[in-house]
Design a protein around this ligand. Structure first.
Ligand code: 9MR
Ligand code: ZN
Length: 547
C-alpha cells in the first residue's frame, strides 16, 4: 500500500459535520477557492503570506469556511484540488471504531469472525500469572486489554483509559453509539460500558490481599512480533505501587457510580475494592516510585508523585459515597496544587477536576471543590487557546511538546477545552477542541489520518504486534497512533529522519518505530471522549438547521 504525496490542502479526511465550522489548512501559495458539487465557486480568497509554523516548518494558513450545508465540496489552489464532504453523521463510524479498537485489545478471550472479521485469534495469555516477589504463588488473572503494541497489562494506564470511557458515557451518552458488534451488544448495558467493564473486571483481580494494586502484569521482556496466543512465556504480577493503587481506587470508585444502575453487585464490589485501596494508601503515606525489578524491560510507567492520583481517588470516593472524610482529603490534596487540565496516564489531576465539576457538583463540592476549583480550572484551561492560536495547524501543543505519544497531550488538551466550553459556553474553546479532532483525522503537517482504517491517508504500519503478525495487509482498524515524537527517538527512527526534521514531522509510518507509531489504549480512550462530544454536538446543530 503506497501513500499518495502530501497535498497542499489538509483536511479532516473523514469529512465535516453540518452545523460545525469547516476548517482546512493550506500550505500552498496564491489564491484558493471552494466549489460546490456543481462546480460553482462559493468562496475565493488569497491568504496572507503565512508565517512559518515553528512546529512543522510549514507556511500554513488555517481557513475557516464556517458551517456548510451537507454536500460534496472541492478545494482548488496551488495547482491542485481536494474534495471533502459535509454530512450529518461524518464521525459515527470512526467514533465506534475507536471504542471497538479496545475490543481488539481484549486479552484472554478468543476474537471471533462474527465480531472482528478476518482479525480472529484464539484465547491468549491464559496461563496462571506468577507473583514476582513470591515465585511459589501463582493465580489466573483473566481479561483486561493489551496495553498497546505490546501484550503487557498495566494498572495505572488501564484505569485511566477505562475512566475516559466512563466519562465519555456520563457526559455524552448520545455520542456513544450502542451498536459496536461486540459479544455484549444488545445486553441492555451500553456497549461502551461493557467494553470498559472488561478492563475493570481485570483491575479488580490486580489487587493484592492487603489492598495495594500490582503495578503491572507483564513478562520480563517484550514479546517478538508474534500473535498473542503464541506469546506463552510467564507473565508476572509485578510489585505493587502507590500510583497504581491510587489510580485503580479512583477508577473503581467511579465505576461504582457508573454501574450502579446496571449491576449493583458489581458496583458494590468495585467500591469495596476502591476503599481497600484507599486504606492501603492511608497506611502508606510516603510515596515510593515504581521501578522495574532487575532485568525487567517491559513498560515502566514511572511517575514522580502520587499526589494527583490520590487527589483523583479522594474525589471519586467522595462522589461515590458522600462521606465527609473523603471530601476533607480531596480538599487537602487540592490545596497542595493540582494541574487540573491533564488527563493522561501520568497526570490525572484533570480526572479529579472532571469528577468535582461534573460528578460532585456545586452542592457537594462547595467553596473549595466546586467554586474555587471551577475558577482554577477555567484559568488553567484558558491557556490552551493561545497555544492553538500560535500553531499553524491550530494544534494544542507547543513546538517542544512533541513527545512520545504526542497525540495524548493534544487530545488531553482537547478534553480540557471541551470541559471549559461546557462550563462557560465559549464557542471558540469548542472550536479549538474540534481542531484537535481534525488533527487526528488529517489536518496536520503529515497529511496523515492517525486512526487505522480511516481517512484517505491513514496510518498503515502501526507498531502493533497483531497487525504485524496476522498476515493481513491492513492493520487492525480503529487504533490511534502516538504520532510525531522529537524527544527520544529510537536510534533506528533517528537514522531514518533528517537531523533538522521539525518536531511535528518526526514520524515514521513503519512498524519498528514504536517511538512514533505505536498505538495504546490510553490514546484511543481520550479520542473516544472527544469523538463522543462531537458526535453529539453536530446532531443538535444539524437539527437546528433542518439539516
Ligand atoms: O506512553 C508511554 C510514553 O509516555 C513513554 O514516553 C514511553 C517510554 O517510556 O512509554 C510509553 O508507553 C509504552 C509502555 O511503556 C509499554 N507499552 C507501550 C507503551 C506505548 O508506547
Ligand atoms: Zn493476551
Amino acid at each position: 500500500m503506497q501513500q499518495q504525496p502530501l497535498s497542499a490542502f489538509r483536511i479532516n479526511q473523514e469529512g465535516y459535520a453540518a452545523g460545525l465550522p469547516v476548517r482546512i489548512a493550506f500550505t500552498g501559495e496564491g489564491p484558493l477557492c471552494l466549489k460546490d458539487s456543481g462546480g460553482q465557486v462559493l468562496r475565493r480568497l488569497t491568504p496572507d503570506t503565512a508565517p512559518v509554523d515553528p512546529a512543522s516548518g510549514d507556511r500554513v494558513s488555517l481557513v475557516d469556511f464556517g458551517p456548510l450545508p451537507q454536500g460534496t465540496y472541492t478545494l482548488e489552489g496551488a495547482g491542485e484540488s481536494r474534495s471533502f464532504t459535509v454530512s450529518r453523521q461524518p464521525w459515527r463510524a470512526v467514533a465506534n471504531a475507536l471504542i471497538k479498537g479496545l475490543y481488539f485489545q481484549r486479552c484472554g478471550c478468543a476474537l471471533c469472525a462474527a465480531h472482528v472479521g478476518p482479525y480472529v485469534h484464539p484465547p491468549c495469555h491464559t496461563a496462571p500469572a506468577v507473583d514476582w516477589l513470591d515465585r511459589t504463588a501463582s493465580r489466573r488473572v483473566k481479561g483486561g486489554w493489551h496495553d498497546a503494541g505490546d501484550y503487557g497489562k498495566y494498572v495505572g494506564p488501564g484505569a485511566v483509559a477505562a475512566a475516559h470511557l466512563m466519562y465519555a458515557w456520563l457526559l455524552f451518552p448520545e455520542g456513544c453509539s450502542d451498536d459496536l458488534n461486540i459479544p455484549e451488544t444488545g445486553s441492555g448495558v451500553p456497549d461502551i460500558l461493557s467494553e470498559a467493564w472488561y478492563e475493570l473486571d481485570w483491575l479488580l483481580q490486580m489487587q493484592r490481599s492487603d489492598g495495594a494494586f500490582h503495578h503491572k502484569l507483564t513478562k520480563v521482556l517484550f514479546a517478538p512480533f508474534i500473535m498473542p496466543q503464541e506469546d506463552r512465556e510467564t507473565e508476572y504480577l509485578m510489585p505493587t505501587s502507590h500510583c497504581a493503587t491510587a489510580a485503580a481506587s479512583a477508577c473503581l470508585a467511579l465505576a461504582a457510580r457508573v454501574y450502579r444502575p446496571f449491576d449493583s453487585v458489581f458496583a458494590e464490589r468495585a467500591l469495596a475494592a476502591a476503599r481497600r485501596g484507599w486504606d492501603w494508601l492511608q497506611a502508606h503515606p510516603d510515596f515510593v516510585p515504581f521501578r522495574n525489578p532487575e532485568g525487567v524491560r517491559t513498560g515502566w510507567y514511572g511517575e514522580r508523585t502520587d499526589t494527583d492520583d490520590r487527589f483523583w481517588a479522594a474525589c471519586e470516593l467522595y462522589a461515590a459515597t458522600g462521606e465527609a472524610g473523603f471530601r476533607e482529603e480531596a480538599e487537602a490534596l487540592y490545596a497542595r496544587g493540582q494541574n487540573l487540565t491533564r488527563f493522561g496516564w501520568a497526570d490525572v489531576g484533570g480526572l479529579g477536576a472532571l469528577c468535582c465539576l461534573f460528578g460532585i457538583g456545586e452542592e457537594g463540592g462547595g467553596d473549595i471543590l466546586y467554586t474555587r476549583l471551577r475558577e482554577d480550572f477555567i484559568r488553567q484551561s484558558e491557556a490552551l487557546l493561545p497555544l492553538c492560536q500560535a500553531s499553524g495547524y491550530g494544534t494544542a501543543l507547543p513546538p517542544d511538546g512533541y513527545v512520545w505519544g504526542s497525540i495524548l497531550p493534544i487530545l488531553s488538551n482537547a478534553m480540557a477545552m471541551i470541559l471549559h466550553a461546557r462550563l462557560t459556553g465559549r464557542r471558540e474553546m469548542l472550536e479549538a477542541a474540534l481542531l484537535q479532532w481534525h488533527y487526528a483525522l488529517g489536518l496536520n503537517a503529515l497529511d496523515t489520518c492517525f486512526i487505522t482504517g480511516f481517512g484517505e491517508r491513514p496510518v498503515l504500519h502501526p507498531h502493533h504486534r497483531p497487525s504485524g503478525a496476522d498476515g493481513i495487509a491492513a492493520p487492525v482498524p480503529g487504533l490511534i497512533s502516538g504520532g510525531p515524537n522529537q524527544r527520544f527517538p529510537y536510534p533506528a527512527t533517528r537514522e531514518r529522519l533528517a537531523p533538522d526534521t521539525p518536531p511535528a514531522r518526526c514520524f515514521l509510518d513503519e512498524t519498528p518505530s514504536a517511538d512514533t507509531n505505536e498505538i495504546a489504549i490510553y490514546w484511543n480512550s481520550p479520542a473516544v471522549f472527544v469523538a463522543a462530544c462531537f458526535n453529539r454536538l453536530q446532531d443538535e446543530k444539524t437539527d437546528e438547521q433542518g439539516g
